[in-house]
Each structure stands twice: as structure tokens, then as C-alpha cells.
Design a protein around this ligand. Structure first.
Ligand SMILES: Cc1cc2nc3c(=O)[nH]c(=O)nc-3n(C[C@H](O)[C@H](O)[C@H](O)COP(=O)(O)OP(=O)(O)OC[C@H]3O[C@@H](n4cnc5c(N)ncnc54)[C@H](O)[C@@H]3O)c2cc1C
Length: 400
């Protein structure tokens, strides 16, 4: 276990601490061993065939890693977010990819924080055991993009049901999930009292509805993402999570966890690129000496290492604040920004270190290069984070 030091206190009474050194070493070791069963060849075939890594997700579920954050009362391990950070970081460092299942870890929080006791009892034990998959999160729409408050998918109350019409895009894993966490409008845009009101969250059992069409989208990476079309999709009224009209704030509540966990995946990716580049730069000999002896090759690797360590500290700080129940919007956003940038810069560095071999599938660099690019865009694009820091941290005028 690493040392514990006090981090800055944001609110009086809260004294979050940051774990230096390797947190959750046993969990990390367990995840590494599991990932060793899914080497590059496994991911290359999945990537080539655009196939969902069902075996990998099943192994993570069976080992209990995907239920790490679910309270023990509902069959999970009841661990804090730092454990999920360790799990996702190790998955990515190993060359695997958590995107096939990571959403469960942060979507589940919305049900946990805002769902009724009855909803939690109905769904969480199944999610913890793997019997029920909660992997799909339907927020983005084709015509509104980053401007979530303008979304158009409408859910209209009709007796003891809601009738949903509209469209979502980029709803990842919908074909491999039983449940969908859906953000839809329950008050027409023209009638809302503020931009943040009038949206509601629903937990939809996709096997029990008609009027839902799922169309896969082919993308640069193997991400099982889809478009959803709702035409008079009728769902029971008790699919509503929390209060009608308050859904946007519920989704925002979950965003800090999402940013921290995506940040941890990017730290894992960065470590993967540094590990691979270092190893290759030591072994590859050109002009009679290892390429890593040249400063032009060595220094970019060293720079990536420094960037990764700095970004990692921000992920740890955000996670510590989150665990202490202290507001952590700036840190969660900066963690995602810095880790995403560290990963993308390291991807470029690693590709350059490998020279032509970086382009060959068998080294896994080009696959990881493509995968790490996503986090400049999703789940929130870099510009939106910069706008958040400009406006909410620095008090600059709102830019959009
Ligand atoms: C592979 C993949 C998986 C995804 N999975 C999911 C999912 O499971 N669920 C889900 O709901 N969504 C998902 N998304 C959607 C993702 O969250 C969005 O793509 C992202 O939020 C950006 O929205 P957009 O693509 O509509 O871009 P837009 O909002 O159209 O923006 C386009 C560009 O313009 C920039 N921009 C826009 N407005 C401004 C401004 N005011 N100032 C500065 N720059 C601006 C953006 O930063 C971006 O670079 C996924 C996307 C991808 C590619």
C-alpha cells in the first residue's frame, strides 16, 4: 500500500486523501491475470470481425469486477470508485479494452442514487450477478449533439405507461445489453421553465418493448455502437427513475464518475504505449545501436511518462474527492482532459517509436492508436471540457 497524504480540502470538514503508489494491488494483480487470458490476438480477431468481446465481458463479470461499485446488499462488492479506477486502468494497460462494459460502472450510479428501493431491488442484484446487462446509455441525438438540453426524443405519459418517439445516435452496446438508461423529454422544449428541466430518465427493459429499432453503426474502432429509433415505444410508467423532469440533473450527477473512469482508462492506455515503446526502443537496433539510445526517440517516451504521472495524480485527486462526497466537477473534468491528452500524445509517440512496424496489426499499436483517439470526442469532447473550465473554474463568459 502507498503512503496516504492529505489533499486540499474543498469544503470544511472534508479531508480527502490521495493514495500514492499502487492502489488496490490485489485487485490490480487479479485483473492483470485475467487480462493475460485475452492477449492481442484475441482483440485483433474481434477488431477485424467487429465482434463483441463477449468472453472477456463474461470473465470480468464472473470475477465480480463489473459489480465492484454495487453495494453488498445488492450482491456487489460495495467498493469505492478508486477500485473501479484500478480495474479499468489495468484492463487498458494490458492492451485489453473496457469499452465493451465500462458503462455499467457509471450508469448504475443513476439507479443507485435516484431509483426507488423497489427498482434497486428489482435490477441491481441481476446486474451484479451478470444475469442482467445494463450497458446502454441513450443520451446523444443526431441533431443536437453536445447540446444535450435541446434533445427531442419525447416520452408522453399515457395512463400507466409512457409512449416514446424519437431517435438516439451512438448508443453503444445496445445490442449486447438488456437494459437501456434513456434520457428523454417529458415536457416540450417550448414549455420548459429552464434548459435543465423537462428531461426525464427511464430504465428500459429492451426485451419487453415493441417500437424499438437498433441499427449498428460501423466505426473506426470496434465499439458496438448503434442508432436507436423509437416509434410509439410503450414502456411502463414505473420505468421512470426519480422525479419526472429532473433527469438532466441526475445525468449530470453521474458525469463526474464517468469522467474519472474514462480518465483511468486513458491512463491505462498511456501506460500501455509507454511500456511497449520502452521495450521496443531497447531492443530494436538500427545503425548498430538500440534506437532508444537516440535522444530523438528516448525523450518523447520520457515526456509521455511525465505527462502520464501528472494526469494520474489528477485522476487520483478527483477520485479521492468523489469518494469523500465532495464536489469534484473541475477535477473530474481535468482528469479526463489530461489523461485523454496523455494517451493520445503517447499513442503518437509509440507509433513513431515503432516506425513502420507500428502500422502492422500484429503489434497492436495501430489498434490502440485508433481506440485512444475516441476519448478526445466521447463521452464529452475536449472543447466542452475546456469551456467548462473557462466558465466554471475561471469565471470567463459562457461561450455557448
Ligand atoms: C464511438 C462512440 C461511442 C459513443 N457512445 C455513446 C453512448 O453510449 N451514449 C451516448 O449518449 N453517446 C455516445 N457517444 C456520443 C458522444 O458522447 C458524442 O459524439 C460527443 O458528446 C460529441 O457530440 P457530437 O458527436 O454530436 O459532436 P458535436 O456536438 O456536433 O460537436 C462537433 C465538434 O464541434 C465542437 N463544438 C460544438 N460546439 C462547440 C462550442 N460551443 N464550442 C467549441 N466547440 C464546440 C465539439 O467539441 C466537437 O469537436 C459516442 C460517440 C462515439 C463516437
Amino acid at each position: 500500500m502507498g503512503n496516504l497524504i492529505d489533499s486540499a480540502m474543498r469544503d470544511a470538514g472534508a479531508a480527502p486523501s490521495i493514495m500514492l503508489g499502487e492502489s488496490y494491488p490485489e485487485i490490480r494483480q487479479g485483473v492483470r491475470s485475467l487480462c493475460a487470458e485475452f492477449p492481442g490476438e484475441y482483440w485483433r480477431v474481434k477488431d477485424r470481425e467487429r465482434d463483441y468481446p463477449a468472453e472477456f465481458v463474461a470473465a470480468l463479470t464472473e470475477a465480480g469486477y463489473l459489480a465492484a461499485l454495487i453495494p453488498e446488499t445488492y450482491g456487489g462488492s460495495g467498493l469505492p470508485i478508486g477500485a473501479a479506477v484500478a480495474i479499468l486502468e489495468e484492463i487498458h494497460r494490458s492492451g485489453c479494452n473496457g469499452a465493451a462494459c465500462h458503462a455499467q460502472m457509471y450508469i448504475m450510479g443513476t439507479v443507485l442514487r435516484h431509483g426507488s428501493t423497489e427498482q434497486k431491488q428489482r435490477y441491481l442484484p441481476g446486474i451484479a450477478s451478470g444475469e442482467l446487462r445494463l450497458q446502454a446509455f441513450g443520451v446523444t441525438e443526431p441533431n443536437t449533439g453536445s447540446d444535450t438540453t435541446q434533445l427531442r426524443t419525447m416520452a408522453v405519459r399515457d395512463g400507466d405507461t409512457y409512449v416514446v418517439n424519437g431517435q438516439k445516435i451512438w448508443t453503444s452496446r445496445a445490442e449486447y445489453s438488456d437494459l437501456l438508461l434513456l434520457l428523454a423529454r417529458t415536457t416540450a422544449l417550448e414549455e420548459v421553465k429552464s434548459r435543465r428541466h423537462g428531461l426525464s430518465v427511464f430504465l428500459v427493459d429492451m426485451h419487453k418493448v415493441t417500437g424499438l429499432e437498433i441499427r449498428p453503426i460501423k466505426t473506426m474502432i470496434n465499439h458496438a455502437t448503434t442508432e436507436l429509433f423509437f416509434s410509439d415505444m410503450r414502456i411502463p410508467a414505473d420505468s421512470l427513475i426519480g422525479e419526472e423532469g429532473e433527469g438532466f440533473s441526475y445525468i449530470l450527477d453521474g458525469m463526474n464518475a464517468e469522467r474519472i473512469l474514462i480518465g483511468s482508462e486513458s491512463i491505462g492506455d498511456t501506460r500501455f504505449f509507454i511500456d511497449r515503446a520502452t521495450e521496443y526502443a531497447k531492443e530494436r537496433e538500427v545503425f548498430g545501436r538500440p534506437i532508444g539510445q537516440n535522444q530523438g526517440v528516448q525523450f518523447p517516451i520520457a515526456r509521455s511518462h511525465a505527462a502520464m504521472e501528472a494526469a494520474h495524480l489528477m485522476v487520483c485527486k478527483a477520485a479521492a474527492l468523489f469518494e469523500a462526497g465532495v464536489s469534484c466537477g473541475p477535477e473530474a473534468n481535468m482528469a479526463k482532459l489530461l489523461a485523454g491528452d496523455a494517451a493520445w500524445d503517447a499513442a503518437d509517440m509509440c507509433m513513431q517509436t515503432f516506425g513502420g512496424f507500428g502500422f502492422a496489426e500484429e503489434y497492436d499499436i495501430e489498434r490502440k492508436f485508433r481506440e485512444s483517439r475516441l476519448y478526445q470526442i466521447a463521452p464529452i469532447s475536449t472543447n466542452m471540457i475546456l469551456a467548462y473550465i473557462g466558465q466554471h473554474v475561471l469565471g470567463l463568459p459562457r461561450s455557448y
